[in-house]
Design a binder for this molecule. Structure first.
Ligand code: NAD
Length: 280
């Protein structure tokens, strides 16, 4: 447990750990009836054959995943999927992580630093109890700015307030990478657009097959329909139709709520798995 409802799992997945690059994701299923859960790769330890995922216990499937303990198995895991982040020596780059998006920006920040960039990282959380991966982000950044919405730790404000301050210093920023809630990525893109700072965002639409076949993860980018699974998940933030993405993410909210309620009620009674995490 990294913070309330946020868990970090190390998966025994040697081949994926060896191949995965920053920005890519995996899809897993806990059991036969399980929903396919896309998760960005948070880290890899290729020498140990370990793939790291970090997830928020938000709905039924991620809560089910969270019931697993060390030594348990999941049914299947595919990856690495999606296009890797485009890493090169840009100059000074800003990596923005919002909440549970922070673990996903970590490998990107690390790769950018290794490519010779000056990395300024900004990570934001609602309050101090939700802060995660600050030490890890500090280790891969030339400068780390931590913000909380309520000011309970670090700087008070949104990541966009911190980004505005960094831009106002006058240092030439060559690129911005942002991962977090959609509204955050939209607002980060709005901040950088007038300054003409190229901005890459990692999109997390509803996804099913993750191989470009089903079209469920389609997003509008620059007026064109793109598939986040094979064309992304990273896109030019200045071209993404964030409002459409947010609307599509709300499509199944009633069903997701009902599914979570049924799972929690069955789980609480122990009628599903007897607390062993095998419930459906
Ligand atoms: P959150 O709501 O706690 O927000 C995290 C931070 O984002 C805030 O502290 C703030 O700094 C910034 N932020 C939020 N709203 C903002 C706004 N209107 N303007 C500017 N900045 C704003 O985030 P959370 O609950 O930890 O994140 C959950 C969301 O992140 C989920 O929707 C999840 O799907 C998404 N997520 C996305 C990815 C991805 O790949 N894009 C990865 C992981 C999680």
């Amino acid at each position: 447990m990294l913070s309330a409802g946020i868990k970090r799992f190390e998966l025994d997945a040697a081949e994926i750990a060896r191949k995965a690059q920053p920005g890519q994701f995996v899809v897993l299923r806990v059991n036969e009836e399980g929903e396919r859960i896309p998760l960005t790769v948070a880290d890899t330890m290729p020498d140990k054959g370990i793939l790291v995922i970090v997830f928020q216990e938000a709905g039924k499937s991620t809560k089910l995943l969270g019931t697993l303990n060390e030594g348990d198995s999941i049914l299947d895991l595919i990856g690495p999927l999606g296009r890797p982040s485009h890493i090169e020596k840009f100059g000074t780059v800003v990596c923005v992580g919002g909440g549970v998006g922070t673990p996903e920006i970590l490998p990107v920040a690390r790769a950018l630093r290794q490519a010779g960039n000056k990395v300024i990282s900004i990570i934001g959380f609602r309050n101090k109890d939700l802060i995660l991966m600050a030490d890890e982000m500090r280790a891969v950044s030339d400068e780390l700015i931590v913000a909380t919405d309520d000011g309970s730790n670090g700087n008070k404000g949104f990541v966009t307030d911190m980004l505005n301050q960094v831009i106002a210093r006058g240092e030439k920023i060559a690129h911005v990478f942002a991962v977090g809630p959609v509204i955050m990525m939209k607002m980060v893109s709005k901040v950088t657009e007038p300054h003409k700072i190229p901005t890459v965002v990692s999109l997390n639409p509803i996804m099913l097959d993750a191989t470009g076949m089903c079209g469920v993860c389609r997003v509008e980018v620059g007026g064109e329909t793109k598939l986040a699974c094979v064309d992304g998940p990273e896109f030019d933030g200045h071209k993404v139709d964030f409002d459409l993405l947010m609307a599509r993410l709300r499509t199944y909210l009633p069903e997701e709520k009902q599914s979570l309620e049924m799972f929690e009620s069955a789980h609480a009674k122990g009628g599903c798995c007897g607390g062993k995490g095998a419930c459906r």
